[in-house]
Design a protein around this ligand. Structure first.
Ligand code: UDP
Ligand code: UDP
Length: 463
């Protein structure tokens, strides 16, 4: 489809990880549906995933080489999913700054760019966009809840107060929210945070504040209080355009990595009338072998049917486990189409690390969550899921601390509660309501549909 000369031309630059790239590819589809011209910047190793996801569309993909010979980084790694450890995250994110000259060459060669939407992590792209007079929007893959809570925590220096990591902290603007210092990862959870990670976050928030706007993968009906807080108190304006995962139906036919084995297994479970718990902890989580063994026992003892995606290589399960549970449980080790699994009629619960995409996808599929946050802002997402929007329950740790070890008994108890208990019923009802609201938000005439149109109109008027 040839675009008219005045069609908006939107350039997208996702950060190099699955969780940051997938929602941007959904956004690309939404923009294409509105007859925009879409160009996506990527690095060569991430190109195949992007082109497979956007097969049969008119999106253009432009490769920008990833810097080589960065001391701390293994060569050839162009995605945080492939880093041997997340301790290399900051060197990786800082290495992306070397892409700047190539980004600028590419921007120079493109004509009539309406705006650049780049990941919040790619703060250096603001300078390049500004050089060419292009408005930059920063995309963020988290909730307003987490964004606003983090702002409150920073402004009020809440983490410097408590004596212990589990002391209750009240958030001034949202006094019903009770946090713990333990809800924050290193290096944020100390009295005087400093170091390269803090510098990276500071650079990011300064660049975001100077950008044209923020793109948020959420919807108004889910967290309007927090959206209002942001847009009344903070800069720049945030545009709420999600859930982006509803931009397209999960379609197994289009996914080259689709594996029919588990789809058939889910069909069989549906025919048997056995509700299935989907178990997955995202693309980044690092789980100790001891904790992994405990998960296996908890799932086995819960007696519920489960589909468990074990992503990290080296995550060995005890001998005989898979054989013993095979009538009831299946372990999958490859990349799956998570939305297709969540959308399968027999899937009635999601044991999740609460990555924001997973939370959105679960809500859209009307599947309640059993929250087990691991890292990054997942602890805040888990609080939101369980305490604020009440679409999930939380696993029990053995010492009651949010970062405690989860013993099989605590897991089994909460799995059964989610799948069969009264509390499970409550959160199932709530997630159904939000799932419905999510669908309406994205439909023609819905809140997110309007917001995206307004954004495009406003950007077009600037040209
Ligand atoms: N995902 C998937 N298949 C997999 C693992 C992950 O489709 O085998 C997708 C999942 O649907 C989600 C994204 O990858 O869209 C993971 O993002 P999330 O924010 O949930 O977690 P992260 O991986 O960033 O921790
Ligand atoms: N809430 C609010 N202002 C307050 C306290 C609560 O807007 O000062 C909202 C909050 O968003 C929460 C909801 O009310 O989602 C319910 O709060 P809470 O969990 O304290 O009450 P409960 O669910 O036990 O009735």
């Amino acid at each position: 489809m040839a675009s008219s000369p005045c069609a908006p031309h939107i350039v997208l630059f996702p950060f190099m990880s699955k969780g940051h790239t997938i929602p941007i590819l959904h956004l690309a589809r939404l923009l294409l549906h509105r007859n925009a011209t879409v160009t996506i910047f990527t690095t060569p190793a991430n190109h195949p995933f992007i082109s497979a996801s956007l097969a049969n569309t008119n999106a253009s993909i432009i490769d920008l080489p990833f810097p080589e010979n960065i001391d701390e980084l293994p060569t050839g790694v162009e995605s945080t999913d492939k880093l041997p450890s997340m301790s290399l995250f900051v060197p990786f994110a800082n290495a992306t700054k070397h892409i700047q000259p190539d980004l600028e060459k590419a921007l120079e060669a493109l004509s009539n760019v309406t705006c650049l939407i780049s990941d919040g992590f790619l703060s250096w792209t603001l300078e390049s966009a500004t050089k060419f007079g292009i408005p930059r929007l920063a995309s963020y893959g988290w909730s307003y809840y987490s964004m606003c809570v983090c702002r409150e925590v920073g402004v009020n220096r809440l983490l410097s107060g408590p004596e212990s990591d589990d002391e209750i902290l009240t958030v001034p603007s949202f006094p019903w929210i009770k946090l713990r210092r333990n809800d924050f990862d290193e290096p944020f959870n100390v009295r005087e945070p400093k170091g390269p990670h803090i510098d990276f976050v500071m650079e990011q928030s300064i660049a975001t504040a100077k950008s044209y706007g923020i793109i948020m993968n959420s919807f108004e009906e889910l967290e309007s209080k927090f959206i209002d807080y942001w847009n009344n108190k903070c800069e720049p304006k945030a545009w709420t355009v999600g859930p982006l995962c509803l931009a397209e139906q999960p379609s197994n036919k289009l996914q080259p990595y689709q594996n029919p084995k588990w789809m058939h297994w889910l069909d069989k479970k549906l025919a048997q009338g056995s509700p299935v718990l989907y178990v997955a902890f995202g693309s980044q989580a690092e789980i100790s072998p001891k904790q992994l063994r405990e998960i296996a026992i908890g799932l086995e003892e819960s007696k519920v049917s489960f589909l468990w995606v074990v992503r990290k290589s080296g995550s060995e399960l005890a001998d005989g486990f898979e054989e013993r549970v095979k009538e009831r449980g299946i372990v999958v080790r490859e990349w799956v189409d998570q939305r297709a699994i969540l959308g399968h009629e027999c899937v009635k619960g999601f044991l999740s690390h609460c990555g924001w995409n997973s939370v959105m996808e679960s809500i859209c599929a009307k599947v309640p969550i059993l929250a087990w946050p691991m890292m990054a802002e997942q602890h805040l997402n888990a609080r939101m899921v369980v305490e604020e929007i009440k679409v999930g329950l939380r696993v029990e740790t053995s010492n009651g601390s949010v970062r405690g070890f989860v013993k099989w008994q605590g897991l089994k108890k909460m799995v059964r509660e989610l799948m069969e208990g009264e509390m499970g019923k409550g959160v199932r009802k709530k997630v159904g309501e939000f799932g419905e609201a999510a669908r309406k938000a994205m439909e023609e005439g819905g809140s997110s549909w309007h917001t995206l149109n307004q954004l495009i109109d406003e950007l077009q008027a600037l040209r």
